[in-house]
Design a protein around this ligand. Structure first.
Ligand SMILES: Cc1cc2nc3c(=O)[nH]c(=O)nc-3n(C[C@H](O)[C@H](O)[C@H](O)COP(=O)(O)OP(=O)(O)OC[C@H]3O[C@@H](n4cnc5c(N)ncnc54)[C@H](O)[C@@H]3O)c2cc1C
Length: 301
């Protein structure tokens, strides 16, 4: 039964169907074991058909964009990883861009810049996909995806392709309808505005410089590990707990930005997860604040 469904998937996807793929190649932490199956459909229709087949099978499946907000267990993924990275189309209609879920944010921002469209600059330094941004409501420097997104196209578990107005998506701080459902975002529409190209370029450069000054971008990481607790800053709590530079195995609380855990020296996912737990325990003991993880664990531990 299971073999048949995988066979159907393989026939459908051809060279976009892979077996035994190291997930450390697909996560910005550069850790994690192998996925049994890794697929990368190149069209919305192929992705929808794949989801339909997988939903009707006993196989577990997991969606991944650029892997910049996830940890994959060292034991890997028993089941199928579905990458959105094949969905790469960008189309422009006046001030509106429709962007495939697999497009990297920086590429979408560059497209907007070349079209003299402002509003997307903040996404340029967030190293995920447009799908990841639309799901997580990615944000930085006072801007959030919800400020510019107008419509989302997604695939349901049954393989239906649907659209929803962004105002109906229930966007909040790093949450949305999509963080609580099985839907797969396949593209998003953005309402931008005319802006001088030089100004866009200068603002983008400024934001990215601020990132380089504050963040440990020369080490693999998944960005801020924890959500911002109400009334506090996670990085400040961690720093005030004396944890900057604290290491477990190859994972380290960044010296540059205590909100980041970096893969300092051949870390395993276990090193990172143990360090996360340690940070949570120490901060709770010192300040009575339980830090909530922002990064997600893909698969089961
Ligand atoms: C150096 C660095 C800096 C960062 N800075 C920021 C920042 O300033 N602001 C910020 O918000 N984030 C930041 N991040 C975190 C991360 O880049 C964002 O959360 C990003 O939006 C994740 O996108 P992704 O494509 O990598 O998603 P992934 O990490 O691949 O997936 C994240 C989650 O979304 C789900 N998912 C992904 N794509 C889809 C889809 N198409 N449909 C349904 N579910 C999907 C996955 O299943 C998973 O649960 C940073 C990360 C790094 C490494």
């Amino acid at each position: 039964m299971i073999k048949d469904e995988l066979k159907i998937l393989e026939e459908l996807l051809g060279e976009d169907y892979h077996e035994n793929i190291p997930m450390k190649r697909h996560t910005t932490f550069k850790t994690g074991g192998n996925a049994d199956i890794f697929i990368c459909p190149q069209t919305t229709e192929a992705l929808a058909e794949s989801i339909k087949i997988l939903s009707g099978s006993d196989y577990a499946f997991y969606i991944i964009g650029n892997g910049s907000n996830i940890i994959v267990p060292d034991s890997g993924i028993r089941g199928v990883v579905v990458s959105t990275k094949g969905l790469r189309e960008i189309t422009q209609n006046g001030n509106t861009l429709t962007v495939g879920a697999g497009v990297i944010n920086a590429e979408a921002a560059r497209f907007a810049e070349n079209a003299s469209l402002g509003g997307m600059e903040f996404l340029s330094g967030i190293p995920g996909t447009i799908g990841g941004a639309a799901v997580m409501n990615a944000g930085a420097y006072g801007h959030e995806t919800k400020d510019i997104i107008t419509k989302v196209t997604y695939v349901t578990k049954k393989g239906e392709i649907k659209e929803i107005a962004a105002s109906e998506v229930g966007y909040g701080y790093r949450t949305s309808l999509f963080t609580k459902s099985d839907h797969v975002v396949v593209s998003a529409e953005f309402g931008l505005y005319e802006k001088d190209k030089e100004e866009i370029s200068a603002y983008t450069k400024d934001l990215n410089q601020r990132r380089r000054d504050k963040q440990p971008l020369n080490y693999p990481s998944a960005g801020s590990v924890f959500k911002r607790p109400e009334g506090y800053f996670a990085g400040k709590l961690i720093e005030d707990s004396g944890l900057k530079g604290y290491r477990i195995g190859g994972a380290m609380v960044s010296e540059k930005h205590a909100g980041f855990i970096i893969n300092y020296d051949n870390a395993t996912s276990d090193d990172i997860l143990n360090l996360i737990k340690h940070v949570q325990d120490v901060v709770y003991e010192k300040f009575g604040v339980m830090l909530e993880r922002e990064i997600k664990i893909l698969g089961s531990m």
